[in-house]
Design a binder for this molecule. Sequence first.
Ligand code: ADP
Ligand code: MG
Length: 238
Amino acid sequence: MGSITLDKVSKSFGEAKVIPSIDLEIQDGEFVVFVGPSGCGKSTLLRLIAGLEDVSGGRILIDGKDVTGNAPAQRGLAMVFQSYALYPHMSVRNNIAFPLKMAKFDKAVIDQKVKDAAAILNLTDYLERRPSQLSGGQRQRVAIGRAIVREPSAFLFDEPLSNLDAALRGTMRLEISELHNQLKTTMIYVTHDQIEAMTMADKIVVLNRGNIEQVGSPLDLYSKPRNLFVAGFIGSPR
Ligand code: ADP
Ligand code: MG
């Protein structure tokens, strides 16, 4: 299960109203991309959903349950950070196992979950290596593995590929899409990259200055942009 509802969610930092008011429905299993220019509030919105920031107003519901005041660990979501958030002194195995150790799972359970995640991510042969001994793509897969073992109801990605080179970004795009096909878990993916949005999303949410300009499938936005901002943003060459 992983439906997420934003009900008049707003966020201010001091005087700055970064998110005036957002209503959004995300269905269980959807791949949703938040796209928009730098500074438009994508990360803030993701952090509000994750519980890493408190809302200034409104409610957040997960599977119909109000989680607005809940701590991140109580929401059943997993945030995937960029690969450089790995622990350099730990093996791949221990990086992936880390959240399970924190949650005090039994060793046998941890071993099995790490094995399963490694198989999904093609990391089985790399479990005893350190992050520094891996390629950029493998490191990003370890970061995803650390999320998978928690069996979250949704994955939250914040520009996970932005520090990879263009060729690797293309490969990882496909891998994350493939992972979504396999797990069928809700994914919210933040990017400022139109190509990532158009190729990965079931549903794109176009953000501008903390407001939703349009929500729709890639085809909807491409063929029926609601305004010049959407047309320019989706259509603009990079
Ligand atoms: P994006 O991820 O789309 O680039 P952000 O969500 O990071 O945008 O930021 C949106 C706006 O909120 C920016 O103007 C940014 O400076 C501001 N902002 C984000 N986090 C904070 C914070 N902790 N304190 C003050 N301002 C912030
Ligand atoms: Mg951001």
